[in-house]
Ligand binder design. Structure first.
Ligand code: ZN
Ligand code: ZN
Length: 554
């Protein structure tokens, strides 16, 4: 297969990641056979400092959108934002049925409600360990463990053989909520032969194991036992098991648990709808706890990553309507300090320290376990599944490279370093990259999706860096200036920064150099003035703002 046209018709089994391979976030994985496609996961990632005004970014599905008639379904492995978060935005472009576990379906329904597609999407709930057929694909959910309820690997069986798509996983031997990894099923899939394991690479750089939630319970319990005042635990809202953990610790220490943050309530509601967290002591809201003694309260709050609009940021800034902290109170970050989020998290922590509040993070005590497999867990999966090839995904390039080397060192016969847009032939024959298709990223700007390299966003970045200056010229038909050129700037010049008349003189000089004919040409006049102003600002000010010239002829 060498030409793009063949991708549509091929009788080869191919894997095409459009997002999440070469990055951690916005997963979009495609499996293709006989011209039919199945999508595994459709997630988002979060905006960066380089994208002003953008909170959410997702993969550009153009490749599969062009083939939407052959897209059989979107199958969601679990309910994390990086796997399910883009469905509410991109589903209208794809228009196919969606398959998800009961909890992921409960989460998705809430999110689709936000964008108004709740009633349009054909949503199939796949029971735990469920199996279903889609065209040439026979799919089976395999229960794994992770940092959210109902995480699944998916066995993709075809006439060419079986692929195990691991989704996100770790090995939690006794998960406090939900089922343990279905090791027997993984082994039996392995015994029948696995062409390839498309595998989580997030923690491949970590030796050993990710750690157990049950052990974390004991440690967190000790930490909270040692606190005297009010205690806040902040964590990833999506981790319903951590809600259960904290609720039980609170009860043991005679504290009432309050949940603060909309996304926490949403996860608890969805969990209960799917049959989890039903036996917890009553959960209070932030307004319920005002009259309770400080040492009788444990608060679970969103915002562990320093998100500026989340509960924790408001509490730290003493700006929350109902929650206050005093000297001697404690905040426990039961979460990972994700390297890219370091700055906002440390800002939050500094703020708390300044107010005399004790802060405990994963650096001080065992208060968090990761949801992704460290090296020992990966090796265990290779043993259970015995894939002929490992295709690392869900990692930056450095993770994928390391995962390729690690898989080989563990005796996996073959491993392939891929990136978004690669067409990876899984069968027949040796697994290899045979083609590349276009990929891209879309940014959610208000309610509009824009390519992140679009002119609008490029312009916004420029404005953010350099500011903007507007010049107005009033001329007669022959190009004589009828008034001094006027200017107004935003984000670039302080009052009186330029010598009196400086810019106006520059404009006047540049226009007087034009011939009479050229001065009648609007476009040319505007461009001449624009370049002159830019040159002058560069000379005097060493700045290159966007300059816009408006021309009025009278
Ligand atoms: Zn996940
Ligand atoms: Zn993930």
């Amino acid at each position: 297969m060498t030409k793009k046209d063949d991708i549509q018709a091929g009788d080869e089994l191919v894997f095409v990641p459009l997002g999440g391979t070469g990055e951690i976030g916005m997963n979009l994985n495609l499996y293709g056979l006989d011209g039919k496609w199945v999508m595994l996961d459709l997630g988002v990632t979060f905006g960066e400092d380089t994208l002003p005004g953008i909170d959410v970014v997702m993969p550009d599905p153009a490749f599969i959108e062009e083939r939407r008639a052959d897209l059989l379904a979107i199958v969601l492995t679990h309910a994390h934002e990086d796997h399910l978060g883009a469905v509410q935005y991109l589903w209208p472009r794809l228009g196919c049925p969606v398959y998800a576990s009961p909890f992921a379906a409960a989460m998705l329904r809430r999110k689709l409600g936000e964008t108004g597609f709740e009633d349009e999407v054909e949503l199939h709930e796949v029971p735990i360990g469920g199996r279903f057929e889609l065209g040439p694909f026979d799919l089976e959910f395999v229960t794994v463990t992770h940092s959210i309820l109902e995480p699944n690997a998916v066995a993709v069986r075809t006439r060419h053989g079986t692929v195990l798509h691991t989704g996100d996983f770790k090995i939690e031997t006794e998960p406090p909520v939900g089922d343990a990894t279905d090791v027997e099923k993984l082994k039996s899939i392995g015994e029948a032969g696995v062409l390839a394991m498309v595998c989580d690479s997030t923690n491949v750089l970590q030796a050993g194991s990710s750690g157990q939630e049950a052990a974390l319970r004991d440690s967190l319990d000790e930490v909270i036992a040692g606190c005297s005042g009010r205690v806040i635990v902040t964590t990833f809202a999506s981790n319903a098991t951590r809600v259960d953990t904290v609720a039980r610790i609170a009860a043991r220490h005679g504290r009432h648990l309050a949940l603060v943050g909309r996304s926490l309530w949403r996860i608890v509601d969805a969990a209960r709808e799917a049959g989890y967290l039903l036996d917890l002591p009553p959960l209070l809201s932030d307004t319920d706890i005002g009259y309770l003694p400080r040492e009788k309260v444990l608060i679970l709050a969103t915002g562990s990553q320093g998100e500026p609009r989340a509960a924790m940021a408001k509490i730290a800034a003493d700006d929350h309507p109902s929650i206050t902290l005093d000297q001697g109170d404690t905040v426990v970050f039961s979460s990972k300090i994700i390297p890219g989020n370091g700055r906002p998290i440390y800002r939050l922590i500094n703020r708390l320290h300044r107010r005399g509040i004790d802060v405990i993070t994963e650096r001080d005590a065992f208060v968090h376990v990761s949801g992704h497999p460290a090296r020992d867990e990966l090796a265990q999966y290779y043993k259970w599944v015995r894939p002929r090839t490992v295709v690392p995904v869900h990692g930056e390039t450095r993770h994928l490279r390391e995962h390729v080397a690690y898989a080989r060192s563990c005796g996996v016969p073959h491993a392939v370093l891929a990136e978004n847009g690669n067409v990876i032939r899984l069968a027949p024959g040796q697994v290899e990259i045979v083609d590349t298709v276009p990929t891209g990223r879309l940014a959610l700007d208000g309610n509009t999706l824009l390519p992140i390299d679009s002119e609008v966003l490029r312009e916004r970045r420029r404005l953010m860096r350099e500011g903007v200056l507007f010049v107005t010229l009033v001329m007669d038909e022959d190009g004589g200036l009828l008034a001094d050129p006027q200017w107004r700037s935003q984000g670039v010049l302080v009052d009186g920064a330029l010598p009196e008349g400086g810019l106006a003189d520059t404009v006047r000089r540049s226009l007087s150099a034009l011939s009479a004919t050229k001065r009648r040409d609007d476009e040319l006049v505007r461009e001449t003035a624009r370049l002159a102003v830019r040159r002058e600002l560069r000379r005097v000010y060493d700045k290159k703002p966007t300059v816009t010239v408006e021309l009025v002829r009278i």
